[in-house]
Design a protein around this ligand. Structure first.
Ligand SMILES: Cc1cc2nc3c(=O)[nH]c(=O)nc-3n(C[C@H](O)[C@H](O)[C@H](O)COP(=O)(O)O)c2cc1C
Length: 140
């Protein structure tokens, strides 16, 4: 069964760009062989990650990620069966924090600052759908 899991967590300490690169690099290395795809955002010290794939593979990965000391306060915001992946082309894409990304986040977030904990599943779907469209435009 294909599912999408979206969770938020808070980074512990100050993560440098090198730390974030390290997370993305190991994600890309580990996710591809188990067929997990997705995207990761980091803003205001909050991670928002979308994981898509077989429900058991995503579950196992999520539980491994929870053990990582680089974040805390994890909260699952969405866990649903899906017909198709949004991020079929990304084993784990880091969403760049551009003006366009910030304005998208504001559009779907009830809070002024980036606060995915306050976002509803439908808004998260809309946000991730638009982020993919934005990335495609950048790639084109
Ligand atoms: C916010 C966050 C998201 C992460 N996402 C993934 C992921 O999608 N896939 C993954 O393999 N590791 C992810 N990690 C890293 C894992 O917790 C762990 O460090 C890594 O899988 C270890 O891989 P390695 O044994 O190959 O070095 C994430 C860590 C954090 C803090």
């Amino acid at each position: 069964m294909l599912i999408r899991l979206v969770y938020a967590s808070r980074s512990t300490g100050t993560l440098t760009p090198v730390d974030v690169k390290d997370i993305v690099r190991s994600s890309q290395r580990n996710n591809a062989p188990v067929g997990v795809t997705g995207a990761l955002l980091l803003a205001n010290g909050i991670f928002l990650q979308c994981l898509e794939g077989d429900h058991l593979a995503v579950n196992a990965l999520y539980h491994r990620i929870l053990l990582d000391g680089r974040h805390r306060d994890p909260a699952i915001l969405q866990f649903s069966e899906i017909d198709q992946r949004l991020y079929g082309g990304w084993s784990m894409g880091l969403v760049p924090m551009t003006e366009a990304t910030r304005s998208l986040m504001l559009r779907y977030s009830p809070a002024v600052g980036f606060d995915p904990y306050a976002m509803r599943p439908r808004a998260l779907d809309a946000l991730f759908t638009e982020l993919v469209a934005q990335a495609r435009t950048l790639d084109a």
